[in-house]
Design a protein around this ligand. Structure first.
Ligand SMILES: C[S@@+](CC[C@H](N)C(=O)[O-])C[C@H]1O[C@@H](n2cnc3c(N)ncnc32)[C@H](O)[C@@H]1O
Length: 250
């Protein structure tokens, strides 16, 4: 297992802000119960992206691969770690990092359900460690992760440039950073105007989630060796209908 270490204290002091425990519980419950429609809408894309991530992980029956879910939340991605036998005999060292400690029980429950439904209930070769932390100050060593996954997280971090820089720092050379995020619309000016005007309310009500982020620009500018990405629209998803997905390689 890769080591969990103390995050940079200066970054931690700046970015791991005091939280409201009651709001954290409400948000965790809301995310766990209210995102089924969204998860169905992105399932095929997530499946393809996880397929690519797993294809790049170190292979072999005695090999362990470390995958870090930054902003793991309730771990709706758990099923993709088990689907289709893609673990291929590897041991999985899954590390979830999130500042909302109320997410953990949901994440563990969703992992158990995914293992039951898609993994045959074995599960002994996938470990999950959940660590309190933030994307801008990750508690992992340089070059220690075989993959990083971010889904709907870069909308919520305080500083996207710092977060992506940390993600790059912990990835091993050649390892993938997989992302799916909602962003400011580039092709629908009316939607973009709504996203901008309602951004403040969304930030206040949805735990810092921004509607006006140009996340792909930040990833493109971060100095990855390559970035494969697509912009797409999810009809019916209103303010979060404008999305980006892809894989960046360090
Ligand atoms: C919209 S939820 C998405 C959670 C999960 N990745 C998913 O796909 O459902 C955003 C998550 O980012 C977490 N978060 C907020 N600020 C963060 C930060 N600075 N660093 C890492 N995670 C953060 C929240 O606690 C929450 O779990």
């Amino acid at each position: 297992m890769t080591a969990i270490v103390d995050a940079d204290p200066v970054l931690l002091a700046e970015f791991d802000r005091q939280r409201n425990a009651k709001q954290d519980v409400l948000f965790a419950k809301g995310m766990n119960g209210g995102m089924g429609g969204y998860e169905s809408a992105v399932a095929a894309r997530k499946n393809d992206l996880f397929e690519d991530v797993f294809a790049s992980l170190p292979k072999g029956s005695n090999v362990e691969a470390t995958v870090v879910e930054v902003g793991m939340g309730t771990f709706p991605n758990a099923r993709y770690y088990f689907d289709g036998g893609r673990r291929g005999g590897r041991k999985l060292d899954i590390v979830g990092v999130d500042p909302n400690d109320a997410m953990e029980s949901f994440a563990r429950s969703n992992l158990a359900k995914a293992n039951e439904a898609f993994g045959g209930g074995g599960g002994e070769d996938a470990s999950l460690r959940i660590v309190h932390g933030v994307a801008e100050a990750l508690p992992l060593k340089d070059n220690s992760a075989d993959a990083v996954v971010c889904t709907l997280t870069l909308c919520s971090v305080l500083d996207q440039v710092a977060a992506v820089s940390e993600i790059k720092r912990i990835l091993k050379p050649g390892a993938p950073f997989m992302f799916i995020e909602h962003v400011l619309s580039e092709d629908d000016p009316r939607l973009a105007a709504q996203q901008i005007s309602l951004n403040g309310m969304q930030v206040a009500m949805a735990d810092g989630c921004h509607l006006d982020r140009k996340t792909l620009d930040v990833i493109d500018a971060a100095g990855f060796a390559s970035v494969r990405s697509e912009r797409f629209t999810l009809p019916g998803f209103g303010l979060i209908s404008s999305q980006v997905a892809g894989i960046a390689i360090v």
